[in-house]
Each structure stands twice: as structure tokens, then as C-alpha cells.
Design a protein around this ligand. Structure first.
Ligand code: SF4
Length: 328
């Protein structure tokens, strides 16, 4: 495991939304993780598990109806400490995001180049001619001719818009990139090119990245580390190879089993049922109704987070025996 200091550290992050009738939806429930310079971490899970809400909280981009608690240290500074006042100087400059659905990331009546220049002008990193030159360089970096800076979003294909959205996120040379389902709605070939581009950029620019996806094989292909989310919590986290060869949470194991095998020589298993509603109190392990390994403590006791091996954590009663086996 890397000994470098984390560039980003989330500690006990909670996000909840007030709902009509005095109830609330607890979308993120005590998420903690660290991200080191140059590291690529996959945040993976089904829709509604809290992945996107987590990274929007890191960017300070949640809607006004959201409440946030916990700490997010970016290069040592708690960027949630004073809400918008503490996060806005870092947004786009130190931490940037590629949004889901590149078409929606751009204003249709402004040129792509002028939109990529906006964060530079906002943070004063470049203006005028210097900004225009940087925009062209950024477009070339992501594989688009710099000449296209004067074109409008509708003149770009889906794959090119996604590349331009990555250029936009890199405009102020951030150290952390958050990519939210960056290949959704792209065909398989373009998807592979975008993933390859993200890997190359993180490697060449020394960027740390969180890749949000529902697709565990994509994480296996691209990321060094994975954090598997379920019902607002990280239920397993560790090095990708370790999780792949030795998953210690049944949800992770079932996610792998639900992945089609390229050779087609293994059955694809679906995960029965659906994730729990997060606007109700959950007693016990939230995965109990869907888990093929559930046993006596699962419906009533919430499992504790245990380090099952160095750098590998899981939240499942199946690992409870480790506590008894460890020397006091
Ligand atoms: Fe399954 Fe129980 Fe582990 Fe939850 S705690 S994942 S129900 S075995």
C-alpha cells in the first residue's frame, strides 16, 4: 500500500434530505475514505446507493434541501467547515468533476471553448488570449482538434462531448478528479476510449480520481482501489485485486457474479430484490433480505466495520470471528 499522504480524506460523511411530513432520506450514512495522489478509486454500487450524492457533497454541489455533516479534508484543509465559503475556492481549481451525461454539462448556446475557459476566468488562472490558448491545449490533450474550440455542443458527437467535458474539468489543473458515470450512454468502443483517456490523464498528470459507476468490471479495469456502496454506506473497500480475488462482503461477491463473463462459460446471476428505502429506519444489516449468506445476527444487529486484512475493510457479520481471534 502507498505510504503517500492522502490528498483527499472523507470522515464520517452524512447527507440527508428533508422530506414533506417531517421525515428525511438519509442518502449517505457515515462514509469515510482516503484518496492518495495519483490513485484511482472506484465508487461502485447500484442506483440510489449514495455514490453520486457522496461526490456532489465533496464538490459542495448538493441542492439546498440537503444537509451535510462530517469532514472532507482536501490537502489538509476541511472544505466543509464553512459550507460554500470554504469549498468554493477549491471547486474546479483543486477538485473538479465530470458530470453524468456530457450533453447536459454544456450550455447549448455557448461555444465549447468559451465554456472550458469559464472556470479559468472564475479562478483567475488564465484570461483572454492565454485562456484561449489553454483551451486549445486542453482539447488537444483529450484528443480533439483545438480548432473545434469555436464550435457549439450540438456539433460534437457523444464521445467528443464527453472528452470536452473532461477538458472542462481539467481547466484549472485540479489535483482530484471526480468522474460520475463518465461512459453512460456511450457505445462500447467510445466507452473504452474514454476510460483509456482517463487512465492516461491520471497517470500523466498525477491526478487522483474517484470513478463513480454501477459497473464493477469497469472499476476492475481502471482503478487501483474500490469502495463498494450499499444503502448509503461503504460496505467493502480495498485494493481492487484483493477485492476481486477475496471479496469479504456478500454484496461484492454477488455484484461480481451478476457480471456477464466475456467467454460466456459461467452463468450470470442476478441479485434478487431491491435496495432498501433510505427514508425509513433500517434495523440490522440493510442487505439482509437479499443476502444468500444471512444468518442469525443479520436482521437485528448492524454489522461493524472490520479490517479483514491490511487496507481491506468490510461491513459484514461473516467477519465478526476475526475480532474474537485477534489478540487483545
Ligand atoms: Fe449478509 Fe449478514 Fe453480511 Fe449483511 S451482515 S451482508 S446480511 S451475511
Amino acid at each position: 500500500m502507498s505510504t503517500r499522504q492522502p490528498i483527499l480524506r472523507a470522515e464520517d460523511l452524512h447527507v440527508w434530505f428533508d422530506l414533506p411530513g417531517d421525515s428525511e432520506l438519509h442518502a449517505v450514512q457515515g462514509v469515510s475514505f482516503e484518496l492518495r495522489p495519483g490513485e484511482r478509486m472506484g465508487l461502485v454500487g447500484e442506483s440510489g446507493c449514495g455514490k453520486t450524492t457522496t461526490i456532489l457533497a465533496l464538490m459542495g454541489l448538493l441542492p439546498a434541501s440537503a444537509s451535510v455533516a462530517g469532514r472532507v479534508h482536501l490537502e489538509g484543509e476541511d472544505i466543509l467547515a464553512k459550507g460554500e465559503e470554504s469549498v468554493s475556492p477549491h471547486r474546479w481549481k483543486d477538485i473538479a468533476m465530470v458530470f453524468q451525461g456530457a450533453m447536459n454539462a454544456f450550455n447549448p448556446v455557448k461555444t465549447i471553448g468559451s465554456q472550458i475557459a469559464e472556470p479559468m476566468e472564475l479562478h483567475g488562472t488564465a484570461t483572454g488570449r492565454a485562456a484561449r490558448a489553454q483551451v486549445r491545449e486542453l482539447l488537444e490533450l483529450v484528443g480533439i482538434s483545438g480548432e473545434r474550440a469555436e464550435r457549439y455542443p450540438h456539433e460534437f458527437s457523444g464521445g467528443m462531448r464527453q472528452r470536452a467535458a473532461i477538458a472542462l474539468a481539467l481547466a484549472c489543473e485540479p489535483h482530484v478528479l471526480l468522474a460520475d458515470e463518465p461512459t453512460t450512454a456511450l457505445d462500447v468502443m467510445v466507452q473504452a476510449q474514454i476510460l483509456e483517456l482517463l487512465v492516461r490523464l491520471t497517470r500523466d498528470l498525477g491526478l487522483a480520481m474517484i470513478l463513480v459507476t454501477h459497473d464493477l468490471p469497469v472499476v476492475a479495469q481502471v482503478c487501483d482501489r474500490a469502495a463498494v456502496m450499499y444503502a448509503g454506506e461503504i460496505v467493502e473497500m480495498g485494493q481492487m485485486t484483493t477485492i476481486y480475488h477475496d471479496p469479504r462482503h456478500p454484496y461484492t461477491r454477488m455484484l461480481f457474479a451478476a457480471t456477464p463473463d466475456l467467454l460466456g462459460d459461467e452463468d450470470v446471476l442476478s441479485i434478487p430484490g431491491a435496495p432498501p428505502r433510505l427514508d425509513h429506519e433500517i434495523v440490522g444489516c440493510p442487505f439482509t433480505p437479499r443476502c444468500d449468506s444471512a444468518f442469525a445476527p443479520c436482521p437485528t444487529a448492524h454489522p461493524r466495520r472490520l479490517e479483514v486484512a491490511p487496507g481491506h475493510e468490510a461491513l459484514c457479520h461473516l467477519n465478526d470471528h476475526l475480532v474474537a481471534e485477534r489478540p487483545a
